[in-house]
Design a protein around this ligand. Structure first.
Ligand code: 13P
Ligand code: SF4
Length: 340
């Protein structure tokens, strides 16, 4: 049998077959701008991305804003500078567009803490419960859920359900416990968590606050309850950002992934932002998954239109239903703009 190697390689366009060397003299900011225009591509970036990536993005946002932006873009290609579940959400909403993730290994510890086969068995035990899943989960979990939520709209989604409705909340136990406390509900919580938000040191935050008594502590609801208790304000990344712009304090201790400090500093150049310190088991509070993406990988991703997110069509359709419900409830609650 004669094997046509060129044809076989064309069918398997792995990055390993491509020239990945980048001339160090190349201005990547300029090259990325050119590629975006040439290819009709848009870059959507999460606030936890490294500063250079945020600076080349067409839109920077939290998970809700990014999902909405993915839904309404007309571009042919979406390069998603974030983690896998985010790019997957963009693909679920845009089956006909090419969705690229600069590094396919950019996963999420929270998403990984909820494997679909285990969750399927768990939800079977509670047939009368509605399943609300935080967007930080795989397409497999989304397909097993009734409504998706983000940290921006979780409260509104839960408030949209009758008070006596029994609910399973997955996969983040901290966000779930926080909403239970806020609403007085008794949602059944999946025992998952984010590795980044669980490693802030309460002791070090308190010490920092003692040294900076006028500073406000702001925290993401993925943090543990003890950290949330010390916070002056709790919210999604977009809500934290807005708070730092509007509040009169000039110093903020920020208990979420450190990438957001770039945008906070850009929008409030005269204020001081201190990253909440992690415990002694870790030297940093960067998300190792988010930080797998680099400006170089964004450039190569656009150049070769790889790596691409692909998905089984029946899974995509099933996962889209609870995302559409989330977007609809968010529109009705005035949390996002209407489609037109
Ligand atoms: P938000 O940006 O929606 O607040 O989510 C934070 C997060 O952990 C994303 O991975
Ligand atoms: Fe996942 Fe946590 Fe990283 Fe967000 S910060 S992507 S929840 S591991």
């Amino acid at each position: 049998m004669v094997v046509d190697l060129a044809a076989a390689q064309a069918k398997l366009p792995r990055l390993g077959y491509l020239d990945l060397t980048i001339n160090p003299a190349l201005d990547l900011f300029e090259e990325i701008a050119k590629l975006k225009q040439e290819k009709d591509a848009v870059i959507l970036a999460h606030y936890y991305q490294e500063p250079d990536i945020q600076d080349v993005a067409d839109y920077i946002g939290d998970s809700l804003g990014l999902a909405q932006e993915a839904e309404r873009t007309n571009a042919k290609i979406i390069l998603f500078a974030g983690v896998h579940f985010m790019a997957e959400t963009a693909k679920i909403l845009n089956p006909d567009k090419k969705v690229l993730l600069p590094d396919l290994n950019a996963g999420c510890s929270l998403s990984d803490s909820c494997p679909p086969p285990l969750f399927k068995a768990f939800r079977k035990k509670y047939p009368n419960h509605i399943v609300i899943s935080y967007i930080n989960c795989s397409a497999g979990i989304k397909a097993l859920s009734d409504i998706i939520c983000t940290s921006s709209n979780a409260r509104a989604i839960i408030d949209s359900l009758p008070e006596n409705q029994e609910i399973i909340f997955a996969p983040d136990r901290n966000l779930g416990a926080y909403i239970n406390k806020e609403t007085g509900r008794k949602m059944l919580l999946w025992n998952g968590a984010c590795m980044v938000h669980e490693m802030f040191s309460l002791e070090k935050i308190v010490r920092l606050k003692t040294r900076n008594p006028k500073a406000k502590v702001i925290a993401h609801p993925e943090c543990e309850e003890s950290v949330l208790k010390t916070a002056d304000f709790i919210g999604s990344t977009a809500q934290l950002l807005k708070y730092t712009q509007n509040d009169s304090a000039d110093t903020f201790i920020v208990a979420t992934e450190a990438g957001i400090l770039h945008r906070m500093q850009q929008l409030s150049p005269n204020k001081t932002f201190i990253s909440a310190p992690p415990d002694n088991t870790c030297a940093c509070n960067d998300c190792p998954h988010m930080k797998l993406n680099t400006l170089e990988k964004v450039y190569l991703g656009l150049k070769y239109e790889l790596p691409e997110i692909t998905m089984d069509e029946s899974l995509r359709r099933a996962a889209k239903v609870p995302i559409d419900r989330m977007l609809e409830i968010s529109r009705n609650a005035g949390l996002i703009a209407s489609k037109n």
